[in-house]
Design a protein around this ligand. Structure first.
Ligand SMILES: Nc1ncnc2c1ncn2[C@@H]1O[C@H](COP(=O)(O)OP(=O)(O)OP(=O)(O)O)[C@@H](O)[C@H]1O
Length: 578
C-alpha cells in the first residue's frame, strides 16, 4: 500500500492534521497522524461517510454503546468498523480492546493482529472467558484504588494529570451478548459494575445482540449513552430501543442501515460504511448494494496497516489488563530448575487478578506434602515423572536426601519402551507394582522409619516418600500385620512433620477419597480425562481448560476454588545419573 493510500484512509477517518505526503515515495510510507490522538477527552471513530457522515465519540456519547439488530442486519460488520476506526485514530496506550466473541470466534478474529487487542475470548474456550471476567474485576478495583490514592475524581482528571500513564481506556466488546448471558449468568454482575463505573474508570462497553430484551439488564441499560438499532425482528424490539417502530421497517436487503439514538434525542438514520477496496485504496465507503460496489472490507489489510505503522514508530503497548491464557505445555528453563536447590518447579501458576503468571515451587522437606490427582490421560503420570526427575537432578549435583523411597505403581521410573527412559539414582529405594509384596513394603517402610529415627545432622536434609498410582498401593498389606499401606503412611505423616518427611502422592479416585489426603494440604487436581464420578469428592474448583497437564492447585495459601496451573513437563534427557 502506498503513502497516498494510507493518506486517503486517514482523510476518511477524519485525521485532518496529516503532513504533506512526499510525492513519488515508494513503498509503505505512513503519515505520522495515524494513531496520534489522545483518548483522554474523546474516543472517536467514523461510522459513515459521504452525505450523511456519522462519527461516534464514546466519551461524549457513551460511555457505553448497544448495537442491536436481527440476524444479518450488519452488527458484526459495524463493530469491526467501529473498533478498526478507533484503533486507527488512537494508539494502544490510549485505547485497548478486550474482545469477547460469543459467536464461536467468527466476529473479531480479524482484529487479533491489532496492537490494541489485549485479549480475545471466544465461547469455544469457556474457562478462558471466566478468567477474563476475573481480570476485568481486578482491573476495575485497581483503577478505583489508583484514582483514590492520586486524589483523582475520574479517568479524565487522572489522565490529564498523568498524560504518560500506562492506563488506556478499555473497550470491552461483546458479540453476542445474549449467548454470554446464557452461558455465564454470573457475568451480569460484572457487566453491571462496569456499566456503572465505566465513565469514571475509563471502561466502555460495546454490546451487540440480536434481541436486547432479557439480555441487557436494567443496570446496563440505564448507563447506555448510545443505542445503534439495525433492522429488528419485531416491531416491539424497535419500540423498546428507539421509542418508534422505524427499525422494524428497514428492508432486509439493506444491511448496515441503522438508527442512532443518544440519550433522549430523536433517533437519526444512517447507513454504516464499510472499509472497502475500490480501485485499490481502503476507504470508508457507503454500501449501495449495486453491482458496482467495491469488494467488502479488507480487514487483514487494514489491521496490517495499523500494526505495521505502530511497529515502525515503536509505539508502546500498554501493560496487559488480561494476561494471555496459560500455554498448553510448559517447561521451566534450566536456570529456574536449579535456582532453589532441592525444590521442585511444579508448574506455571496463572494469577489473572495480579496480571501475572509465575513459576510455582514446591519445597519438599520444608513445605507440606503434596498430591497430584487425576488420570494418566490428564497428565498425572507425567507430573510424577517431572517431580521425580527434578528430585533426581538435585541429588545428582548436590547432597542427596538421606533416603528416598519410591513406590512406583505407574512405572514412571522404568517406563517400558519409552525414549525418555528414566533411571532412578542408585541410592533411591524403588519398588514397582510387580515387585510389591507385604515383606517388600515392610522393608521399604522400615527404611523410612530408620532414617526418620536418626537425629538429622542438618535440618535441610530430608527423607522422601513418593507414591505413583496410589490406588495400587493403598489397600496392600504391610508385613505380617493387618494394617494397610494407607494406614502406615497416615501414621508416618502424623508422626513426622513436613520438615523431616517430604511426601508426594500421585493417583486418581482412591487418592481423592482416601484418608491419606487428610494429611496432604497441597493438592493439584487435573480435570482432563476425569468423569463426574471421579470428581464427586473434589472441592468446587476454578474452571480450567480440560487439557493434559492443566491443573487447579488448592492449598492453605490458595483455598478452593484454587489457582490454575500448567504443570511442568519432565526435564528433557530423563533423570541425570550421579
Ligand atoms: N454496512 C453494510 N453495508 C453493506 N453490507 C453490509 C453492511 N454490514 C453488513 N453487511 C453485509 O451483511 C451481511 C451480514 O452482516 P453481519 O454479519 O455483520 O450481520 P449480523 O447482524 O452480525 O448477523 P448475525 O447476528 O446473524 O451474525 C454480511 O455479509 C455483510 O457483508
Amino acid at each position: 500500500m502506498s503513502g497516498s493510500t494510507a493518506g486517503w484512509l486517514l482523510d476518511e477517518l477524519g485525521a485532518t492534521d496529516r503532513p504533506p505526503q512526499p510525492s513519488g515515495a515508494a513503498g509503505l510510507t505512513l503519515p505520522d497522524s495515524l494513531m496520534t490522538r489522545s483518548a483522554t477527552g474523546a474516543l472517536t471513530a467514523q461510522l459513515a461517510s459521504g452525505e450523511d457522515p456519522v462519527t461516534i465519540d464514546l466519551v461524549a456519547h457513551g460511555p457505553h454503546l448497544l448495537v442491536a439488530g436481527t440476524t444479518g442486519s450488519g452488527k458484526s460488520e459495524l463493530l469491526l468498523t467501529l473498533l478498526t476506526g478507533m484503533a486507527a485514530c488512537h494508539p494502544a496506550t490510549e485505547v485497548s480492546f478486550i474482545l469477547m466473541d460469543f459467536k464461536g470466534g467468527s466476529s473479531f478474529a480479524a482484529l487479533s493482529g491489532l496492537p490494541h487487542t489485549m485479549s480475545m475470548e471466544t465461547n469455544l474456550a469457556e474457562a478462558e472467558s471466566l478468567r477474563t471476567f476475573d481480570a476485568l474485576g481486578a482491573e476495575l478495583r485497581r483503577r478505583e484504588e489508583l484514582f483514590l490514592a492520586a486524589g483523582a475524581a475520574d479517568f479524565r482528571s487522572y489522565r490529564s494529570a498523568h498524560p504518560g500513564a500506562d492506563l488506556p481506556r478499555l473497550v470491552v466488546a461483546v458479540d453476542e451478548l445474549r449467548v454470554l448471558m446464557d452461558d455465564h449468568p454470573q457475568a451480569a454482575a460484572l457487566l453491571a459494575r462496569l456499566a456503572a463505573t465505566g465513565r469514571s474508570l475509563g471502561f466502555h462497553l460495546v454490546l451487540a445482540t440480536q434481541r436486547a430484551q432479557g439480555a441487557v439488564g436494567p443496570d446496563v441499560r440505564s448507563n447506555l449513552g448510545t443505542v445503534i438499532c439495525l433492522r429488528t425482528a419485531t416491531e416491539q424490539e424497535s419500540w423498546d430501543l428507539l421509542g418508534t417502530a422505524e427499525a422494524f421497517t428497514i428492508p432486509a436487503d439493506a444491511p448496515g442501515r441503522a438508527y442512532l439514538k443518544h440519550g433522549g434525542q430523536p433517533a437519526r438514520t444512517f447507513r454504516a460504511g464499510q472499509f472497502a477496496v475500490a480501485a485499490g485504496p481502503p476507504t470508508l465507503a457507503p454500501w449501495t448494494g449495486a453491482p458496482t460496489d467495491p469488494a467488502p472490507a479488507p480487514w487483514p489489510e487494514l489491521v496490517n496497516l495499523i500494526r505495521t505503522e505502530a511497529e515502525t514508530r515503536g509505539l508502546l503497548v500498554p501493560r496487559q489488563a488480561v494476561t494471555p491464557a496459560l500455554p498448553d505445555s510448559w517447561s521451566p528453563d534450566p536456570a529456574e530448575l536449579t535456582a532453589v536447590p532441592g525444590s521442585v518447579v511444579a508448574g506455571l501458576a496463572d494469577l489473572p487478578r495480579q496480571r501475572a503468571q509465575i513459576p510455582l515451587r514446591w519445597l519438599p522437606g520444608l513445605e507440606a506434602p503434596a498430591a497430584w490427582i487425576g488420570t494418566a490421560a490428564g497428565g498425572v503420570d507425567k507430573a510424577a515423572q517431572s517431580v521425580l526427575a527434578q528430585l533426581a537432578g538435585h541429588d545428582a549435583v548436590g547432597t542427596p536426601a538421606e533416603a528416598t523411597v519410591v513406590l512406583d505403581g505407574a512405572g514412571v521410573l522404568y517406563p517400558a519402551e519409552t525414549a525418555a527412559r528414566m533411571t532412578p539414582p542408585k541410592h533411591w529405594s524403588v519398588l514397582t507394582a510387580e515387585q510389591s509384596t507385604p515383606e517388600a513394603l515392610a522393608t521399604a517402610l522400615d527404611r523410612l522409619r530408620d532414617e526418620l529415627a536418626r537425629p538429622s545432622s542438618d535440618q535441610t536434609f530430608t527423607v522422601r516418600l513418593a507414591v505413583t498410582q496410589w490406588g495400587r498401593w493403598a489397600t496392600q498389606r504391610v508385613g505380617t500385620g493387618y494394617e494397610t499401606l494407607e494406614e502406615h503412611v497416615v501414621q508416618l505423616l502424623r508422626d513426622h512433620g513436613p520438615g523431616r518427611l517430604a511426601a508426594a502422592f500421585f493417583g486418581g479416585r482412591e487418592l481423592a477419597g482416601g484418608r491419606v489426603l487428610g494429611q496432604v494440604p497441597t493438592r493439584f487436581y487435573l480435570p482432563a480425562g476425569t468423569t463426574p464420578e471421579h470428581r464427586m469428592v473434589w472441592p468446587t474448583l476454578h474452571r480450567v481448560k480440560e487439557a493434559p497437564g492443566r491443573a487447579v492447585l488448592v492449598s492453605p495459601e490458595h483455598p478452593a476454588p484454587g489457582v490454575a496451573v500448567q504443570l511442568s513437563e519432565p526435564p528433557s534427557g530423563g533423570t541425570p545419573q550421579p
